[in-house]
Design a protein around this ligand. Structure first.
Ligand SMILES: Cc1cc2nc3c(=O)[nH]c(=O)nc-3n(C[C@H](O)[C@H](O)[C@H](O)COP(=O)(O)OP(=O)(O)OC[C@H]3O[C@@H](n4cnc5c(N)ncnc54)[C@H](O)[C@@H]3O)c2cc1C
Length: 380
């Protein structure tokens, strides 16, 4: 693994060892079964909760252990290292729960967070719609106030955990005539009348994770479902939280790069062609030297961004630059590693082929990389 400069303590190292065991022994072996089912089992969420691996950063009052951000980094690194794409625990812990922790009312926090930490309540975030995901200010799902309720109509697509989710942080327009200022977030229970799940979408990779369409047909939710109790704050909340989501995407990218390089070094040391080891060809060594150098450069940038995030100074532009850079490197390096595996690199029984398929989405979700460049460009 590329050496990290982060201040991991003994406590972090012990946590890492048990996270590694969990992903290697309880998640990685189940991927094929979960792929066949199109989603992970509910049981694994409960198990992750029992072990303290869900939402560890939540304060104890809300079911967490009050851990620091490095615990989240460790969990994501170990999951990526194990090759287990499901369950999407970071989505629960680092994306969905923080919306409620940061913006929710006390009632909302007490209602959802302890059950999210125990794995009883699986969360999802519903932003993207069939008409577009990059332009979030243009969403068409509406939430019309009606007495003490809101009536929500519209649809979402590509929603991770969409089939398994018990609750969705849902972006809807409370003022359809406005752009960003009209967006509000709602905490919506999946058993609400009018909440309809569509297809579990067939993807190129990450097949053990469910990614679904959601439809809302005159779905009536109480006014207390409005996140934080005030309308029109949703777009700002999304933009704030996406900083952390993009940082986590880069954490996963860096860990996957390390895994791809390690497995390719092993493979090219073992594989022979023209009477020598594949790693003995100068081309192979140069490609791997490039990859190792790029991984190290990324690690330095990533560590700086993690420190800035922990200090509260990571801004949207730096987080966008990191996400864009990390995921471009991830895809390019994994592609190189596929090439160095020859034909076996294209066979999905080989982990490197899966990494190529699973990783491609990283340049698209959490904000496409073109949008990341736009965010950086606006600061120039
Ligand atoms: C597996 C998977 C999981 C996902 N999980 C979730 C989830 O949990 N929740 C959720 O809400 N969404 C999720 N998404 C959706 C994802 O975030 C969107 O696909 C992404 O934001 C892009 O939106 P889009 O697909 O509508 O593409 P579009 O917005 O239609 O973009 C199409 C192309 O145009 C480019 N483009 C758009 N605008 C500009 C511009 N201004 N300048 C330059 N280029 C531009 C884009 O970069 C892209 O290349 C997921 C998607 C996938 C595939």
């Amino acid at each position: 693994m590329t050496a990290s400069t982060l201040p991991f303590s003994e406590e972090h190292n012990i946590f890492r060892a048990s996270a590694r065991r969990f992903f290697e022994e309880e998640c990685a072996p189940e991927q094929a079964a979960w792929e066949a089912a199109g989603m992970p089992s509910r049981g694994i969420w409960k198990r992750a909760g029992e072990l303290g691996f869900l939402c560890p950063r939540l304060p104890e009052t809300y079911g967490g252990i009050g851990a620091d951000f490095l615990f989240s980094v460790i969990l994501l690194e170990e999951q990526a290292r194990s090759g287990a794409v499901a369950p999407m625990m970071s989505l629960q812990s680092d994306v969905v729960a923080p919306y409620i922790l940061h913006y929710g009312t006390e009632e909302q926090k007490r209602h959802y967070l302890p059950r999210m930490a125990s794995g009883e309540c699986i969360g999802a975030i519903g932003m993207t719609e069939p008409s577009g995901g990059s332009d979030l200010q243009a969403i068409r799902t509406t939430a019309r106030r009606d007495g003490d309720d809101y009536v929500i109509n519209g649809q979402k697509t590509f929603i991770s955990n969409g089939i398994t989710a018990d609750m969705v942080v849902l972006a809807a327009k409370t003022d359809a005539s406005a752009r960003g200022k009209g967006v509000s977030l709602f905490l919506v229970d999946a058993d609400t009348k009018g909440f309809v799940r569509g297809r579990n979408l067939k993807k190129l990779g990450q097949k053990a994770c469910d990614t679904a369409e959601l439809f809302f047909d005159d779905m009536r939710v109480p006014a207390r479902a409005l996140l934080g109790g005030a309308e029109g704050r949703g777009f700002g909340q999304l933009m704030d939280r996406l900083v952390e989501e993009r940082l986590m995407t880069a954490v996963a990218a860096s860990a996957m790069i390390d895994r791809a390089i390690d497995m390719t070094i092993t493979y090219t040391k073992d594989r022979k062609a023209f009477g020598s080891r594949v790693i003995d060809f100068q081309n192979s060594r140069f490609k791997l030297a490039d990859a190792k150098t790029e991984a190290t450069v990324l690690r330095v940038f990533l560590d700086r961004c993690i420190r800035d995030f922990m200090d509260g100074t990571l801004d949207a532009s730096a987080s966008a630059a990191l996400k864009y850079w990390a995921t471009e490197q991830q895809c390019a390096i994994i592609d190189t590693c596929v090439q160095l595996h020859g034909g076996y690199g294209y066979i999905v029984d080989y982990p490197i082929a899966r990494m190529w398929l699973d990783g491609r989405i990283a340049k698209i979700y959490g904000g496409a990389n073109e949008i990341m460049k736009d965010i950086i460009g606006r600061t120039l």
